[in-house]
Design a protein around this ligand. Sequence first.
Ligand SMILES: [Ca+2]
Ligand SMILES: [Ca+2]
Length: 303
Amino acid sequence: MPNFPNPDKTMDNLRNILFCLAFIFCLACSSEETNVSEQEQGETSDFGAIQENFKFEPVAIAPEDKVIADKAPEGMVFIKGGCFILGNNFAQVDEAPEHEVCVDDFYLDKYEVTQARWEKVMGFNPSKFPNPDSPVEQITFYDALEFAEESKGLCRIPTEAEWEYAARGHADTRYFWGNMMNDQYAWFKDNSGTQTHPVGQTKPNQFGLYDMMGNVWEWTSDWYDAAYPRGKQTNPTGVSEGEFKVVRGGAFDSSAGGLRITNRTWLHPTNKVFPKVTTYGQAMNEVYNYVGFRCAMTIPASS
Ligand SMILES: [Ca+2]
Ligand SMILES: [Ca+2]
């Protein structure tokens, strides 16, 4: 009897091949979503041309806000709330769609939480680059939350929207200082010497905030959802549950591209560092290891 291929076997083989192809395709797609590739994207537009029209202007405190601004706890600045366009339609998929967001007034730490400040509250210093004046790093989201709770009303983790609003300082450019990288404003891969630096050594943004871009990534309170909501949002706090928390701003080991204001990445709230292998089994770049945070504070109702 001639040896005809068994049609079932052939279908099985075909199915296996298709399955493999689909699997490889999925891997290729999802690796686009890892922290490895995200840093490098969105760097090709003609930002130089737009740059010429941008002017850096510090945000002035309106006379009617002076009292509230003066009541900012030590180390915090008053952030006058407002509406802005959050997100970026021309970078990574999870930064779109651009949508209008309004946030209330709040206070925000001028600096990333330093190791000295952390140690005073928490009694230990987990940082890889020990220096009392440098940002604390290698802390989980829950560690940061515990610090916030211990700080008795003077600290909460900012929402993602508050973080982006504050980081922009009303700029609609790629960075708060314009569209081209400028190493006077941020510690990043090209100027950091592969380490964190004491806070406040680079130039501040329009609100007087330091190191919003670079030095260490910063935890926000939002659960990560790759899809931003559509339409106008007021004081958004993100989706009600998720697997990862949003971290923002890039770190000393990020490329210039990773420091763009709208860049989002995500980290499991129990991780102190970005894992070498994701939950999807992809090998991760080892460099994105440094996450810290800064505190926000809601303006007391009596103010
Ligand atoms: Ca930072
Ligand atoms: Ca990203």
